[in-house]
Design a protein around this ligand. Structure first.
Ligand SMILES: NC(=O)c1ccc[n+]([C@@H]2O[C@H](COP(=O)([O-])OP(=O)(O)OC[C@H]3O[C@@H](n4cnc5c(N)ncnc54)[C@H](OP(=O)(O)O)[C@@H]3O)[C@@H](O)[C@H]2O)c1
Length: 309
């Protein structure tokens, strides 16, 4: 990594803030200029500058002076809004490292726009919740970049920095990493649906969901099942919103489209979506583990959010 390389990070939400912090430390250790940190709401960039070696960027024009620009934004609309302004401002050979969970088709569209502008686009969505982003324990899914040389410039800023593992996909089609990311989120939402059904079955049949939780821990130790069973058992979905239903629904919409495009059937996703819609409509936007509430209501069991209404 040349010590003159200037990097920037756009989007300092729950995920981007943590990743930008790790990248800033890495750049500092390499003797590179401080990371330019940009966020639509500038206060978030200012807060990051209190704890990390970053320079607050106040405009996308300022961000465009960088050689490598990372972004992690909420959804397709946020990426469109940002990249439509940013790409025309960029210098030839700038590398864009896009980390948001967006539709594969949108990633392809902006990779093509970037190429027209002489800019390289790498799609690097990540697997793992904000807590793993904080501990630098994400899995990076990398596609695009066109050459191993370009990847060689970016990889040392991601591994072992924001995560310990990268899954490398094709050099040309940036959509490959988004498709894999959607497969990953298919598993997350399906595990939530499965655990919600199993916890409800345990409670409704009289063994108790605490015993179901104990069984999951014994038979499938240290798994995502245990994490979600715990949230359902302790009703933490109200106060600890790690993955809001609306964000999960955004991802599920992409998953359903991917399934349609490829002819795959996803009955578990359909069941999850039905429960998610019921909870969102009747109770609010809580952590996705709250889908258990709809199953509990259907089984004639108590659901604490229903009681509040
Ligand atoms: N949370 C997770 O568990 C998780 C895990 C893996 C991947 N992801 C993906 O990572 C991405 C970010 O997620 P997050 O959890 O960090 O979300 P978040 O905390 O809600 O942060 C969203 C970021 O996007 C910005 N943003 C939203 N709308 C915008 C717009 N129209 N124009 C410009 N900026 C906009 C926000 O800026 P403001 O501060 O101004 O609102 C903020 O920086 C999403 O694509 C998500 O699916 C999330």
């Amino acid at each position: 990594m040349s010590p003159t390389v200037q990097c920037a990070y756009i989007g300092l939400g729950a995920m981007g803030n943590a990743m930008a912090g790790h990248i800033a430390q890495k750049l500092s250790s390499l003797g590179c200029p401080p990371l330019l940190a940009f966020n639509r709401t500038q206060a978030r960039a200012e807060a990051l500058a209190q704890t990390h070696p970053v320079t607050v960027a106040s405009s996308l024009d300022q961000v465009a002076t960088a050689n490598i620009i990372f972004s992690c934004l909420l959804n397709d609309a946020a990426v469109i809004e940002t990249l439509d302004i940013l790409i025309p401002l960029l210098k030839t050979d700038t590398i864009l490292v896009e980390q948001s969970t967006i539709s594969p088709a949108l990633a392809q569209k902006y990779a093509a726009k970037a190429k027209e502008a002489g800019v390289v686009y790498l799609a690097c969505p990540v697997m793992g919740p904000p807590i793993k982003a904080k501990s630098g324990d994400l899995t990076v899914l990398m596609a695009g970049g066109e050459s191993a040389e370009i990847r060689g410039k970016v990889l040392p800023l991601l591994i072992p920095v924001v995560g310990k593992k990268v899954i490398e996909l094709g050099l040309q089609d940036v959509a490959e990493s988004l498709r894999l990311k959607l497969c990953g989120n298919y598993f997350v939402t399906s595990v939530v649906e499965m655990v919600a059904e199993g916890m409800t079955l345990g409670e409704a049949s009289g063994v108790g969901q605490d015993k179901v939780r104990e069984l999951l821990d014994a038979v499938f130790p240290n798994s995502l099942m245990g994490v979600y069973a715990d949230r359902m058992l302790k009703n933490t979905y109200k106060d600890e919103i790690a993955f809001p239903i609306t964000t999960a629904k955004k991802d599920v919409a992409h998953i359903v489209q991917l399934a349609k495009d490829s002819g795959a059937k996803l009955p578990i996703t359909e069941a999850f979506l039905k429960n998610a819609d019921e909870v969102l409509e009747n109770h609010g936007n809580y952590d996705l583990s709250s889908v258990v509430g709809n199953l509990r209501v259907q089984a004639g069991l108590h659901f604490d959010l229903a009681e509040k209404k």
